[in-house]
Design a protein around this ligand. Structure first.
Ligand SMILES: Nc1nc2c(c(=O)[nH]1)N[C@H]1C(S)=C(S)[C@@H](COP(=O)(O)OP(=O)(O)OC[C@H]3O[C@@H](n4cnc5c(=O)[nH]c(N)nc54)[C@H](O)[C@@H]3O)O[C@H]1N2
Ligand SMILES: Nc1nc2c(c(=O)[nH]1)N[C@H]1C(S)=C(S)[C@@H](COP(=O)(O)OP(=O)(O)OC[C@H]3O[C@@H](n4cnc5c(=O)[nH]c(N)nc54)[C@H](O)[C@@H]3O)O[C@H]1N2
Ligand code: SF4
Ligand SMILES: [Mo]
Length: 684
């Protein structure tokens, strides 16, 4: 419940961004104004601290660029000629368009929703519910984040689970593999530091010498996309040392003998070369893993954004299995969890007959539709033009539609490509609840302040639009428009979910976040959820889905035309395209920067500070070159960048290669965002 402290009204919140940490936040309000934010000490994982982005929330809520009113782009999409309109007019125009299509086409298929991760709150799925209420619509499914990795672990273990974060502290060796928590999950760092204080060795495996790598004991600068080669070489060496955990493998693992046979035939020298390492270094790491248990591997999303990403993670899982660490306190291979996401999802008004297209490479997906093409796109929590592949193609594709609507807080490149933009509330202006994909805590957002200007919550927008379409065409939406927002939350909590979080009602969360009552160590009963009940080194599900049965080596993408790999991982001061546009974090006036090795620059006569052109067959980008010893010679590195003044988009260069896996857990393959090749030149 809100409480008083030092003259402030204090309310509880949770950061709903697509971030591992999902921090608990306290909001301090005086005279109806949010004056400061702090970490919520009652949150057992984030423990009263936020990241710099979190502490800058006041800047976001009160930013002058924040959308205040509904807008209509009168000069056509991309013209930049905007007119303020009322909600009445905005919802009127949108509902006329929707009902016009429903009447004319006798189908809802031309209506398409593209929603992703601007806000992961449960009530934000109202947009999905609204679309489902229109009938059989077109919807973007899948995820740009984590699809291949989720499937890999699903094949190996049958579900996606992680241990509680404190478990890390019991590890003897920690491999941070393709993850950069010093930037992307800073609240995990104290657990890592405590593990080290207790004697754990921390190893980072990443093509970039990241902030996390700088804090590690050992760093492997791996060739991007070659993690399977390293994992399998390590597994083969551990076996050769006679240090495979035979007792674990015989009791809990399906296919060990066949896999051991495969390992015995591997050309280790070749694998070591493929991942860009020396044999001595890999042998040294294999001895560390062989002699220090438990081994805790944190496999990040970065390593699976490749066309062989899922298979690489299966090889890493296999390495963890061989060390016998899975299910032990302080061990295992942690990626992400879905166990705390088992709400009733009644908000979705679920239906099974939608036309599902992948959220990845949306432009191409729209183009591929032959019958009953999409005419109307609704973007929610999504900056597709900046974040999806083939952004130039998407810009063109959006121009060909009848209407594009974007719900957002800022005039993003996606909003700029829309006809109507609707302003929405932040987590300080609405009721909602949020879980994490990394820890097991659930927390609530309540309205601390009134909506800024004319912003409305996603749920209120859905309810109001349902009323408007029904007024024009009775029965065209079954979205429960008179249900209260509180009742929507009530319906999400099945008895099972209440028991999982040890609560009697969601309002218990007003007194503090709650942790799910789950085992401390994932798989501690070794009751794997696979068809065999064992960890599956050989998976029939993989075979039935036209994937390799075993965690065998899958070489990565090679490119012949463009010599440099473009990596675009996640940036310290942004969450995807969010926050970077705000002045408090000091990035909003920075030009896009491309980091490259001094030798790579020298070959092209590039000097630090110079503007250069980065290009491939898909597009080009102009950026400021900065020489960096952190980047290997075959890579150029650009972090996400979007500000209202600088629309430069990395994804103009990204052609939309898919990952090998993803359909089983998310409905579509993931994006190989890091299998992108480019060339560079100075601008004359
Ligand atoms: N090149 C390259 N591209 C990538 C990636 C990469 O590594 N490299 N990473 C990919 C990954 S992992 C991801 S998750 C995607 C992210 O893709 P998106 O989910 O599209 O990205 P965000 O920028 O986090 O959020 C989108 C928008 O949601 C808005 N928003 C915030 N709160 C709300 C709200 O309450 N309601 C509504 N309607 N909108 C809101 C924000 O202002 C923002 O404009 O990008 C992918 N794109
Ligand atoms: N500060 C901040 N935090 C964030 C986000 C953000 O944008 N900024 N985004 C959030 C979201 S949506 C996501 S999905 C997560 C992502 O967070 P992470 O899981 O940390 O993933 P990335 O930042 O994409 O990549 C992590 C590392 O993988 C490396 N990498 C790339 N290719 C390979 C490879 O082939 N092998 C190996 N071993 N490493 C490789 C990259 O160089 C990078 O350092 O973070 C979330 N948290
Ligand atoms: S962005 Fe991540 S670390 Fe920062 S406040 Fe939000 S959840 Fe916490
Ligand atoms: Mo993501």
């Amino acid at each position: 419940m809100p409480f008083q402290q030092d003259g402030y009204q204090v309310t509880r919140h949770v950061c709903p961004r697509n971030c591992y940490d999902a921090c608990g936040i306290l909001a301090f309000v005086k005279n109806g104004r949010l004056e400061k934010v702090a970490g919520d000490p009652a949150h057992g994982y984030t423990k009263g601290k936020l990241c710099a982005k979190g502490y800058s929330y006041i800047n976001r809520v009160y930013h002058p660029d924040r959308l205040k009113y509904p807008l209509r782009q009168v000069g056509g999409r991309g013209s930049g000629k905007w007119e303020r309109i009322t909600w009445d007019e905005a919802l009127g125009r949108i509902s006329e368009q929707i009902t016009g299509i429903l009447r004319q086409k006798k189908s809802a298929l031309p209506l398409c929703l593209n929603k992703y991760s601007g806000n992961f709150g449960i009530l934000h799925y109202a947009a999905d519910g609204l679309f489902n209420s229109f009938g059989q619509t077109t919807q973007a499914v899948g995820s740009p984040c984590w699809s291949a990795g989720l499937d890999a672990q699903y094949l190996d273990m049958g579900d996606n689970r992680v241990s509680v974060s404190q478990d890390m502290e019991k590890a003897r060796v920690i491999l941070l593999w393709g993850v950069n928590p010093a930037w992307t999950s800073i609240h995990s760092m104290p657990y890592l530091y405590r593990a080290r204080e207790r004697g754990a060795t921390i190893v980072v495996i990443d093509p970039i010498y990241t902030q996390t790598a700088k804090k590690a004991d050992i760093y492997f600068q791996i060739k991007a996309g070659s993690d399977g080669a390293l994992a399998l070489a390590l597994a083969a060496l551990i076996r050769r040392l006679g240090k495979a955990d035979i007792s674990f493998l015989q009791r809990f693992v399906l296919g060990w003998e066949q896999f051991a046979e495969y390992l015995s035939q591997l050309d280790i020298a070749r694998l070591v070369l493929d991942c860009g390492q020396s044999l001595e270094a890999v042998e040294e790491l294999s001895r560390i893993l062989a002699d220090n248990r438990p081994v805790f591997i944190w496999a990040g999303f970065g390593l699976q954004r490749h066309s062989n990403g899922g298979q690489n993670l299966r090889a890493i899982d296999a390495l963890a299995a061989i060390t016998g660490s899975i299910g032990t306190a302080g061990g295992g291979v942690q990626y992400a969890q879905l166990e705390t996401w088992k709400f009733s999802w009644s908000i979705l008004q679920r239906r099974t007959d939608n036309r599902l297209i992948s959220i990845n490479n949306f432009a191409r997906q729209l183009q591929m539709i032959r019958e009953c093409p999409v005419q109307f796109v609704w973007f929610s929590c999504r900056n597709a033009v900046a974040q999806d592949a083939s952004s130039n193609m998407l810009l063109k594709q959006l121009k060909s539609l009848d209407m594009v609507v974007t719900v957002d807080q800022f005039l993003t490149p996606t909003a700029q490509s829309s006809d109507i933009v609707l302003p929405c509330t932040t987590q300080f202006e609405e009721l909602d609840m949020v879980v994490s994909y990394w820890h097991h805590w659930l927390a609530i957002n309540e309205a601390a302040i009134a909506p800024r200007f004319e912003a409305k919550s996603e749920l209120d927008i859905a309810k109001e639009l349902a009323v408007r379409v029904n007024a024009l065409l009775p029965g065209s939406s079954s979205f429960p428009s008179s249900k209260t927002n509180e009742a929507f939350l009530d319906d999400e909590f099945t008895e099972e979910m209440k028991q999982l979080f040890g609560i009697t009602h969601w309002s218990d969360l007003l007194d503090g976040p709650k942790q799910a009552l789950l085992p401390a160590s994932a798989w501690q009963e070794r009751n794997f959820a696979t068809p065999s009940g064992k960890y599956e080194l050989i998976s029939t599900v993989a075979r039935d889905n036209q994937l390799p049965q075993m965690a065998v080596y899958s070489p990565g993408s090679k490119e012949v035309v463009y010599p440099l790999r473009l990596l675009s991982p996640h940036f310290q001061h942004g969450i995807n395209s969010q926050f970077i546009n705000l002045d408090w974090l000091g990035c909003s006036s920075n030009p896009t920067t491309v980091f490259l090795h001094a030798l790579t620059a020298a070959r092209k006569d590039i000097v630090s500070g110079q503007m250069i052109r980065i290009f491939n067959a898909n597009g080009e980008l102009i950026a400021r070159a900065e020489l960096s010893p952190e980047v290997p010679i075959d890579i150029v590195l650009i972090y996400h960048n979007w500000t209202q003044k600088n629309n430069a988009c990395i994804n103009a260069l990204v052609d939309g290669k898919l990952t090998d896996m993803g359909e089983l857990r998310t409905g579509a393959k993931g994006m190989a965002f890091y299998d992108v090749f480019v060339d560079i030149e100075t601008i004359v």
